[in-house]
Design a protein around this ligand. Structure first.
Ligand code: EAX
Length: 326
């Protein structure tokens, strides 16, 4: 017979099932970056998505927003702080405006090669900088990579700082970079990345500087004839999370995000390395004139004052620690 007790049991079973379903409803994580879906950032975004969705057994699903559809890098970092985006892959370009300690990484000619840069970012110093993010309403998940930056322009072949004299060069919204280009004799124009292609096309600026990865992913050969392999600065990238999402997670869930970010960085670095091997040939095939054998000593000398200006503001401690390691 149908007892009162059976009814209570049935109701509580339904309630429990309902609760369980609710607890397991997938949380959609939005991930943004400025580059195209063929870029090294998208390779990293795919790895993030695959890893987080697998580790969480579908508790989280990741939706990628590419090509600056959520705004430029400065806007997306602001978005993390207020919770309008959950995860962002960004260069350190605008990051110093939020976390001044990271400016040290943007100094020109600080690193000589990829191994050095990766080694420093993977060290305790890199971890310390990641932790600094939480003082500024951001969560540092992992250091990833953009690459060594080179100069492109539509005017002339550039082999010396004198050749860059008066050139209107778009820089990132980064005080250290702007100063370095001023010292080089160029006219730096800070601008968000999503505006750059049109600015080059319309001649608002003559040139820009970015790694091979970005030049390839953005078809810059359509609007720039000359590439000089100046390698004037290493451009780190970072996987950042929003505290609005991440502070509400338990330890296990946060760990999935950390692991996803680590997998993202690893995949991105591999893709950067591949493009370092194959990208220049690709750019030449697409009609760019590439100056490879550049004497960087005069460029190094030209930007030396940027170091003094930097250390007078931020001290020498971090810089010395990096130089010791490098
Ligand atoms: O992070 O703004 C830039 O030039 C960056 O290198 C680009 O957005 C990729």
């Amino acid at each position: 017979p149908f007892t009162r007790q059976a009814l209570v049991t049935a109701i509580s079973a339904i309630a429990t099932a309902g609760f369980a379903v609710q607890a397991h409803a997938a949380t959609e994580v939005s991930l943004g970056h400025t580059l195209s879906s063929t870029s090294h950032y998208s390779v990293g975004a795919d790895a993030f998505k695959e890893t987080l969705e697998r580790l969480s057994g579908g508790e989280f699903t990741v939706t990628e927003h590419t090509s600056g559809s959520l705004g430029g890098e400065r806007e997306m970092i602001e978005g993390l702080q207020i919770g309008t985006v959950d995860v962002v892959i960004t260069s350190t370009g605008p990051l110093g405006n939020f976390v001044p300690e990271t400016y040290v990484l943007d100094l020109p000619f600080l690193f000589e090669n990829y191994d050095q840069a990766r080694c420093v970012l993977d060290s305790e110093l890199g971890d310390e900088l990641l932790e600094k993010m939480s003082d500024h309403d951001l969560v540092g998940l992992a250091w990833t990579e953009n690459g060594f930056r080179h100069l492109t322009n539509s005017r002339r072949e550039i082999a010396t700082p004198a050749d860059a004299e008066g050139l209107r060069v778009r820089t990132m919204e980064n005080a250290v970079h702007q100063e370095a280009f001023r010292q080089m004799g160029a006219r730096p124009t800070p601008m968000a990345f999503p505006e750059l292609f049109t600015a080059l096309q319309q001649g608002t600026v003559d040139g820009q500087e970015n790694p091979i990865t970005v030049i390839v992913a953005t078809n810059f050969w359509e609007v720039q004839d000359y590439l000089s392999l100046t390698g004037h600065v290493y451009s780190p990238a970072i996987v950042l999370g929003s505290p609005i999402l991440l502070d509400g997670l338990n330890e296990e869930e946060r760990d999935w995000f950390m692991q996803a970010a680590a997998a993202s960085a690893e995949a991105t670095r591999e893709e950067v390395s591949r493009l370092e091997r194959e990208g220049v040939a690709l750019l030449e095939e697409n009609g760019m004139t590439v100056k490879t054998d550049i004497d960087i000593a005069p460029f190094q000398q030209a930007v030396e004052p940027a170091y003094e200006i930097f250390t007078s503001q931020y001290g020498t401690e971090m810089l010395e620690r990096i130089q010791d390691k490098a």
